[in-house]
Write a protein that binds this ligand. Structure first.
Ligand SMILES: *[C@@H]1O[C@H](CO)[C@@H](O)[C@H](O)[C@H]1NC(C)=O
Ligand SMILES: *[C@@H]1O[C@H](CO)[C@@H](O)[C@H](O)[C@H]1NC(C)=O
Length: 910
């Protein structure tokens, strides 16, 4: 019985697979009529407030087991009544026609309407005093199909070991091709640092119980650090990364001991001084002038991990008054090499630096399609080095990038305030060059035809050659421009390849003691753009009030052509911290509130996964309005199945066609029956000598040729080719059984009431049956909307609320816990400690290996395969943020320190 069931199940599965294959190979017009125009979703009607009961069970987030966020929202409101800006876009209406959207509802107004309707677990409305988050309504479309999201923040070309090197080649300092004159060097801003509002909550003395709980958690974090560090030292010391499953190592970052350098300040902060000092012996051995693993230095990764790591280790261990001068010495050694990247005509850096002298000596330009994150995330490290060494040249190098970004922002990007992911940093305007070339080619042609017509050789052959040569020369020259988009399709988001440029604006402002106002402007404009264009509230089963930041694709006119990706990516999770920090230091309480909701979004993403860990990338359903957002299962299913509108029609069409076929078949059968009956009759008549031409003629319209009748008679009377046995009837020989059944059916029909008896089939005869139809689902039958969605949810294991989980990995990333830590230090609310503790336990339980912790392959299962990688940021960032979440809040206080994008703390000016 079980076997039979299994068998049926497999047949059913096979049927589905055949069906899918069939549908994908079939003329797509027939089954996917809607694919040509992906439907843009209608926004939910205003005033819709009944949440559809959600009952898939198990994955429901238990946000309201802790009311502390609501509580803290209230506290915040009491502390700071918020006057909210109205950021009404003039754009949504404009775009509405194109996308067949309903007119966007009027944005909430300020004034006395600051009471927000929030929904508790049961979906019942109640009002609170929480400040109103004013984010303009979003153009809610389905987004582009099949548009991916980047997995890594920056390409790093891992494992590109250079085997060609035979003798060791070293980088050497070259004379600059495009030096900055001494008097043009941009100096560090001078003057007394500005008074900056406190970032951290004023923590009160904790109770003994609270303290004990905190210290227990702290000890568990430290134990994880100790285990990971010991694993690294034992199996991978001096190499970039431990392979935590195989207990081997990898060298993706030039082989300069990335994990060791990256973890230095964590060791110090966690009080592992012996380990710290042992590690310094290794630091001393690092030779940054050569790499047997890579011929190109990845500048972004090298700067944030190595340079940032060395500088922070120097800072936290006491700086000038500390005992570890070696750290500064190595930082300068590395920085001197990196400074070569700025030797370009426009002083924009080369981001993959070919350090070998033969190539390094050549003049070069910055790339024409570089990632904005890699370009903009060098600022803090070089600035801090300039401060420590009092060498303005390091500051000059990055200040020029900031100036270029600032100038570009003033000139205007497609989405004012933020920058496209790909940037042309070459400084050469190819459009202008092409225009000049075309114009000159046209001129030349004109000149030539003129010469021909007049038959007067004003230009002799050698003159002409000279002209062309000089034009070619001219073409090689650069028509200068500032930063510009690095491609036709522009992408704007706060995610990978863009993230840390924005993160660095407020942090750089803090590092400079508020003395460079450009960073404040850049930050405030960023935040304004993010609110207007990117932030959205997802529609999720318990209506938890969270936010995410989307991605926009545009070809330069987003008011009209913006295509949204409602993404949820781990890399973007830093943004809660950015809003929180910026909100505090620039005194914008609304941004702190937004920071909380963004951070809680990432917490939600952790809680909704079976592993308790957020995936690398997923997508959800956006609500059209941030302050009127309710779960609607029907709508959710429509997002899970973009073809919902046509799918049921397809099924209907198919069923109608099947019905027709069936009717035709039945008709044919009737005819056969009649013919057979007539033949019987004729045969009988002949036999009995009572053949009546008259009788036959009566039905002649339907009667075939008598010869044919004769042959059919013989055929249908012929015994079955195989007498079915009882085992056959159990389904083992379906085909023969079926053909027999057909024969019999014909025989029996004919025989009933006729004098001629059917052929005796003996004991194996199958009794008469109607042909059984649809015993199994017809493999050609298209899935209904419901069947399609159910199969997606089941096969892709999609947790409720998600439309898609594209990238299921977790590679030990820090961004979510980073923001949770900022929220805790800013609000003092233990909600964040509790959420962080859950995240810690989930991560450790899923990633732990004997030697350390490993990236995992699939957060959609609590038993994922491990992928044998432990990025250096596990010890440098992730565990550091966990540790600082449970440490005394005065350790690395945000009022004294500012952390780079690799969690390396730099000392803020006093
Ligand atoms: C490049 O040149 C074109 C044509 O002259 C001009 O329209 C465009 O603004 C220039 N781009 C930049 C970034 O200066
Ligand atoms: C839920 O969504 C469906 C489909 O978009 C819509 O027709 C329906 O009105 C919505 N239900 C409520 C209660 O708004």
């Amino acid at each position: 019985m079980t076997r039979l069931r299994k068998y049926r199940y497999y047949v059913f599965l096979a049927a589905i697979i055949v069906c899918l294959l069939y549908r994908s190979t079939k003329d797509s017009e027939q089954w996917e009529p809607a694919s040509a125009s992906v439907p843009y979703h209608r926004a939910p009607p205003k005033g819709m407030n009944k949440a559809v009961v959600y009952d898939t069970g198990g994955t429901k987030a238990s946000y309201h087991d802790d009311d502390s966020v609501q509580q803290s929202l209230q506290n915040a409101e009491e502390a700071a009544p918020i006057k909210l800006p109205v950021l009404k876009p003039t754009t949504v209406e404009d775009a509405a026609d194109k996308f067949d959207l309903p007119p966007s509802p009027t944005p909430p107004t300020t004034g006395d309407e600051t009471k927000v309707v929030v929904y508790d677990q049961d979906g019942a409305a109640k009002t609170t005093d929480a400040p109103l988050i004013d984010i303009p309504d979003k153009k809610v479309g389905q987004g582009a199909k099949g548009v991916g999201i980047p997995v890594h923040g920056a390409p790093d070309g891992k494992n590109t070991k250079d085997h060609t090197a035979t003798t060791t080649i070293h980088w050497t300092k070259m004379p600059e091709h495009f030096p900055v004159a001494e008097e043009d060097i941009i100096p560090l801003p001078t003057g007394k640092p500005k008074q900056i509002p406190a970032v951290q909550y004023k923590f009160e003395k904790e109770s003994t119980d609270t303290r004990q709980k905190r210290l227990d958690r702290l000890a568990k974090v430290k134990a994880e650090m100790t285990r990971g560090w010991n694993g690294y030292v034992k199996y991978a010391k001096g190499h970039d990364e431990l392979s935590p499953v195989s207990k081997k190592y990898r060298d993706p970052f030039c082989g300069w001991a990335a994990t060791l350098v990256d973890a230095l300040d964590s060791l110090w902060i966690m009080g592992m001084t012996d380990e710290f000092e042992e590690a310094l012996l290794e630091v001393e051995k690092i030779d940054f002038t050569t790499s047997e693993f890579r011929s190109e230095i990845p500048i972004f990764e090298t700067t944030i991990r190595y340079l940032g790591g060395l500088i922070a280790a120097y800072d936290v261990s006491g700086g000038k008054s500390g005992r570890y001068e070696i750290l500064l010495k190595k930082a300068v050694e590395l920085a001197e090499i990196l400074m070569s990247i700025f030797d370009t005509p426009n002083r924009m850096p080369v981001l993959y630096y070919n350090w070998k002298p033969a190539i390094a000596s050549q003049p070069k330009r910055a790339g024409s399609s570089v990632s904005i994150a890699e370009l903009g995330s060098l600022a803090m490290e070089f600035t801090r080095l300039a401060q420590i060494t009092e060498e303005d040249k390091y500051y000059d190098a990055v200040a020029r990038i900031t100036d270029a970004l600032y100038e570009w922002e003033e000139r205007g990007t497609s989405i004012p305030g933020i920058f496209p992911e790909r940037v042309d940093a070459s400084g050469c305007n190819r459009t202008a060059e092409a225009l000049v070339a075309a114009k000159e080619a046209a001129n030349l042609e004109q000149q030539q035809s003129l010469n021909k017509r007049s038959e007067v050789g004003t230009l002799d052959a050698s003159d002409e050659t000279k002209t062309i040569a000089s034009k070619r020369q001219k073409l090689r020259e650069c028509i200068p421009q500032g930063l510009a988009p690095g491609g036709f399709n522009e992408q704007y988001s706060m995610g990978g390849s863009q993230d840390s440029t924005y993160e660095y604006f407020p942090k750089q402002w803090l590092l400079l003691g508020g003395l460079e106002p450009k960073y404040k402007t850049l930050h405030l404009k960023t935040v304004e753009a993010v609110k207007k264009w990117l932030l959205y509230r997802p529609m999720i089963p318990d209506n938890r009030d969270i936010l995410f930041s989307a991605k926009i694709n545009t070809q330069g006119n987003p008011e009209v052509d913006a295509v949204m990706e409602w993404e949820v990516t781990h890399l973007t999770c830093f943004i809660g911290g950015m809003f929180g920090l910026g909100g505090k230091v620039f005194d914008v309480p609304e941004d702190v509130e937004i920071g909380k909701k963004l951070t809680d979004g990432c917490v939600w993403a952790y809680e909704t996964m079976p592993s308790g860990i957020m995936p690398e990338g997923a997508s959800v359903v956006p609500c059209a309005e941030v302050n009127n957002c309710h779960w609607n299962e029907t709508m959710y299913w429509e997002w899970l199945d973009p073809l919902f509108a046509s799918r049921n029609a397809q099924v209907e069409e198919f069923d109608t066609r099947q019905k027709q076929l069936k009717a035709e078949k039945a008709k044919a059968k009737e005819e056969k029956k009649f013919v057979a009956a007539a033949a019987e009759k004729a045969a009988n008549a002949e036999q009995d000598g009572q053949f009546s031409r008259e009788t036959f003629n009566d039905k002649s319209r339907h009667a075939p040729d008598p010869d044919e009748l004769e042959s059919r008679k013989v055929q249908k009377r012929a015994p079955p080719t195989k007498i079915p046995t009882s085992s056959d009837r159990n389904g083992a020989s379906k085909e023969s059984t079926k053909s027999n059944k057909l024969e019999e059916a014909l025989d029996m029909n004919v025989g009933s009431g006729a004098t001629v008896k059917p052929v005796d089939l003996g004991a194996g005869q199958i009794p008469l049956q109607e042909e059984v139809e649809e015993e199994f689902p017809d493999p050609q039958r298209p899935l209904s909307h419901e069947e399609y969605v159910q199969s997606r949810i089941k096969n892709e294991r999609i947790p409720a609320g998600y439309v898609n989980v594209h990238f299921r990995r977790y590679i030990l990333r820090p961004e979510a816990i980073e923001s949770v830590w900022y929220m805790y230090r800013i609000t003092g609310d233990s909600y964040w400690q509790d959420k962080g503790w859950k995240m810690f336990n989930a991560i450790v339980s899923q990633t732990r290996t004997e030697a350390g912790n490993s990236a995992i392959d699939d957060v959609l299962t609590p038993n994922s395969a491990q992928v044998d990688e432990m990025e250096s940021f596990w010890l440098a960032e992730t565990l550091k943020y966990f540790y600082l979440l449970f440490s005394d809040p005065s350790l690395i206080s945000l009022d004294e320190w500012v952390l780079n994008t690799e969690a390396h703390p730099f000392k803020r000016p006093a």
